[in-house]
Design a protein around this ligand. Structure first.
Ligand SMILES: [Zn+2]
Length: 121
């Protein structure tokens, strides 16, 4: 295996390693905390409260764009929070990687300095 030489290549290798680590644990979704009533008759949650919680809930857009979600058991709440965070770090790193890929494919010296107009002609 060839050692990456330039600074950009080293950055790229580092990003790729980070992306792999993040991808291994990333979870997709939005965290929310909910408070619920329980099944015990006469419990305070059915009267003046407070209700039980917070319960951690992950919602996300599933197949066919339908929003779905799941409850997070207490034992894995910290891990799920980190995994959701890993997803956004992953997006950030992929964006940076794409920039480096572009530099690699089309060096600045070869690039024409122009911006494209958008919209109709
Ligand atoms: Zn209750």
């Amino acid at each position: 295996m060839k050692e990456p030489t330039t600074k950009a290549e080293q950055q790229r290798e580092q990003l790729l390693r980070q992306i792999e680590q993040l991808a291994r644990r990333a979870l997709f979704g939005t965290l929310s905390e909910t408070y619920r009533t329980c099944g015990t008759p006469g419990c305070r949650c059915h009267r003046e409260g407070p209700k039980h919680g917070p319960h951690l809930y992950v919602s996300y857009r599933g197949d066919k764009g339908k929003t779905t979600g799941y409850y997070v058991p207490k034992a894995v709440q910290a891990e799920v929070r980190k995994s959701i965070e890993a997803w956004s770090q992953l997006q950030e790193n992929l964006w940076r990687l794409a920039q480096l890929n572009k530099e690699r494919l089309i060096p600045t010296s070869l690039r024409k300095n122009r911006t494209f107009a958008t919209g109709s002609n």
